[in-house]
Design a protein around this ligand. Structure first.
Ligand code: GAP
Length: 458
């Protein structure tokens, strides 16, 4: 059982992510910058593993989805056609006294900067009437600084997929139904940011547009909802912390006929981590209309050109990263009464999967440890550590989510066996080094997050 108060939880996750080199505030030596974050050595590795896992599940393991890597800067006409130039707005209000700006639809969740425990207006200032604030970042392309040079940093990766629909159809062997997947940066000038990686101005998305025959989209929508929930569980996220929020007809975007958010129970409550939307044929039709290029497929049965419908699972990489950290973080009392902080990361996501420790820096132990490590390195992400007491070395690995440690000690010198220590159960057993790869691969495949938080009896 976790021993942490929910109110402290987020602060502790953020502190650990900084302390252990997962996430740093961007431009920190200049005081930080505008809800942007940098990933440190362990964070960069975890982020890479998340993206690789998503890509494998959405592209590598499937015959009906192909990948794409579109540019961030696109013709501004893309954003006119998609509706972002006119409609990608949040309603904003200003406080006339403290000059702070708030999202008009999130006043309950906002705080007055002069009275941080109270809501906007608590400083005595009057709030202006809401006005629309466009969240796209504008920039200029090319050496001439005039309005014709205006372009945008993409606010979602999806449009790069829609505008390449024809290219992919014509240059690959895909046939409806099929999907195009993409991972990449997106930028939104959010009025309100917060909760570290949860809402930022620069972030990354993993999106897939699945093109299907009109009339089949709700079936595919239900299929992708199930698939995506399965993926979240396979990352090791506890099922009871995940739920779907199905949007009502009033909440649906004008182009969607169904949409569900995958929500995770963060320290502040359930909130969106992924959206699965049935986007109809809106985007392809709009791009065809504005570009003058037909975006359709030839249906062999009806011999007609048909615009496909689209189902889109869209997930934030950074939000997924935060979800994994929140779900893995735990503070426990060990059977000997000592406290420990541990990340119960799924072994497939652990930036370092195996610590290799010589008990002491003599008697040939470092040499044996390096020899054993050289073999294990081929299969696992390993780290060698000979500094400090063995207890301290285990603690360091617990905090970064390393699931296993092996120790080379006096008995290794005598009979060749090593101690295998398990992060979650805190058990130690003696094994032959040649057996390690098979044992660890079996444990990786059978990992169960639900059992990980159980502290063994003293
Ligand atoms: N193409 C559909 C789309 O972009 P969205 O609900 O606006 O839909 C999809 O975004 C996902 O992108 C969200 O579920 C979230 O995980 C992530 N996301 C959106 N805005 C974000 C932000 N400001 N910071 C971090 N992640 C964000």
């Amino acid at each position: 059982m976790s021993e942490i108060q929910m109110s402290d939880f987020m602060g502790r996750v953020v502190a650990l992510s900084k302390r252990r080199g997962f996430v740093y505030p961007s431009s920190e030596i200049y005081g930080g910058f505008q809800a942007t974050y940098d990933y440190g050595p362990l964070g960069a590795e975890l982020k890479r593993l998340i993206k690789a896992d998503w890509w494998q599940a959405m592209v590598g393991n499937r015959d009906d989805v192909v990948g794409l890597d579109a540019s961030i800067l696109m013709s501004p006409r893309v954003w006119e056609a998609s509706g972002h130039v006119d409609g990608f707005n949040d309603p904003m209000v200003d406080c006339k006294k403290c000059k702070a700006r708030f999202r008009a639809d999130k006043l309950d969740e906002s705080r007055c900067p002069e009275k941080p425990s109270k809501q906007p207006g608590a400083c005595g200032g009057e709030l202006t009437e809401p006005r629309q604030f466009n969240m796209m970042f504008k920039t200029k392309a090319g050496p001439v600084d005039d309005s014709a040079a205006t372009c945008y940093l993409r606010p979602e990766t999806a449009q790069g997929i829609f505008v390449n629909f024809k290219n992919v159809m014509e240059t690959t062997r895909v046939k409806i139904p099929f999907g195009i997947a993409q991972i990449g940066k997106a930028f939104r000038n959010e009025i309100v940011t917060g909760n570290q990686l949860f809402r930022m101005r620069e972030f990354e998305q993993m999106e897939m547009e699945f093109f299907c025959a009109p009339g089949t989209e709700l079936e595919w929508y239900r299929y992708w909802r199930d698939e995506r929930l399965r993926w979240w569980q396979e990352l090791g996220i506890r099922r009871e912390r995940l739920k779907f929020y199905e949007q009502t007809d009033e909440e649906l975007a004008h182009y969607a006929n169904a949409c569900a958010d995958v929500e995770y129970e963060y320290p502040w409550g359930f909130d969106e981590v992924e959206g699965i939307a049935s986007r109809t044929d809106y985007d392809l039709k709009r791009h065809a209309e504005v570009s003058g290029r037909p975006l359709a497929y030839h249906d062999l049965e009806s011999k007609q050109w048909i615009v496909p419908y689209v189902v889109e699972p869209s997930c934030g990489v950074d939000r997924c990263f935060l979800t994994i950290l929140c779900d893995a973080y735990d503070e426990q009392t060990k059977p000997n009464g000592e406290k420990r902080t541990v990340l119960h990361l799924h072994p497939k996501l652990a930036p370092i999967q195996l610590g290799v420790f010589p008990l002491v820096k003599k008697d040939g132990m470092p040499e044996i440890a390096e020899r054993i490590r050289a073999d294990l390195k081929r299969t696992f992400r390993t780290a060698y550590d000979e500094g400090g007491s063995i207890g301290k070395r285990y603690s360091r690995l617990d905090e970064i989510g390393t699931p296993w440690g092996i120790t080379i000690d006096g008995q290794t010198v005598e009979d060749g066996t090593v101690t295998l220590r398990d992060r979650d159960a805190m058990t130690q057993e003696r094994v032959q080094p040649e057996q390690l790869t098979a044992i660890l691969l079996e444990r990786l495949a059978g990992y169960d997050r639900a059992k990980a938080a159980i502290v063994p009896e003293a």
